[in-house]
Design a protein around this ligand. Structure first.
Ligand SMILES: CC(C)(COP(=O)(O)OP(=O)(O)OC[C@H]1O[C@@H](n2cnc3c(N)ncnc32)[C@H](O)[C@@H]1OP(=O)(O)O)[C@@H](O)C(=O)NCCC(=O)NCCS
Length: 184
């Protein structure tokens, strides 16, 4: 099921058939360097199942990030994930924007394009005043995406045993952000 479209990308729900394409993202040690370990094949399949369960339970989850116009040489249109998951932070239920992109697609603005679209989708479809992203301080690439999405550091938390910045954007500041994006 399609969720949203941007200039270059389509976000849709994952299916089990995406495992080969997603393994190129989640099994790459460089892409997963801020995680405990890269996922093996069974882990990728379970990851897809977890997100399919989230679609049912929460109406959101991490969605497949698909190129609308892949090069002829591209075997897989799916090059990563971006979406929204429910997290508990300091006992509070919050919606988090998350993303992972295949390494050979870094540096083209694709993660930011997807995250901005998820931000706007979330404020349009979810009853929430705030969106967050939990990011390790040393993960500069991810912090860059959060900042380009209009987020700022709200607080620090110890999450799964490691210090994380909780980047956040509130609905009211998203409206200001959108107004600033309008052509003069
Ligand atoms: C986090 C991650 C998705 C960021 O990917 P990215 O490609 O660097 O992010 P963006 O899509 O915002 O692209 C920004 C870069 O593209 C460049 N760029 C090129 N064309 C662009 C365009 N049309 N629009 C915007 N930026 C563009 C920017 O200058 C910037 O380059 P720089 O990194 O050299 O400054 C990627 O590093 C990743 O998958 N990391 C591993 C997973 C991870 O840590 N996820 C987050 C967990 S908290």
């Amino acid at each position: 099921m399609k969720i949203l479209e941007t200039t270059r990308l389509l976000l849709r729900e994952f299916t089990p058939e995406d495992a080969d394409a997603l393994a190129l993202v989640l099994s790459d040690p460089e892409t997963m360097r801020y995680y405990p370990a890269p996922y093996d094949r069974a882990g990728v399949e379970r990851w897809i199942e977890r997100n399919r369960q989230r679609y049912q339970d929460e109406g959101v989850g991490l969605w497949a990030m698909e190129l609308k116009e892949p090069q002829d040489s591209e075997v897989h249109k799916t090059i990563g994930d971006c979406g929204i998951i429910v997290q508990r932070v300091d006992g509070e239920r919050l919606y988090e924007i998350g993303y992972h992109l295949r390494r050979d697609f870094w540096g083209q603005g694709l993660a930011t394009e997807a995250a901005v679209a998820c931000r706007d989708w979330a404020f349009a479809h979810l009853k929430t005043e705030r969106l967050v992203s939990l990011i390790r301080p040393e993960n500069l690439a991810s912090r860059g995406v959060a900042e380009r999405t209009g987020m700022t550091v709200w607080k620090e938390v110890n999450w799964r045993g490691l210090l994380h910045y909780v980047y956040s954007i509130e609905r009211s500041s998203q409206l200001r952000f959108l107004a600033n994006e309008l052509p003069q």
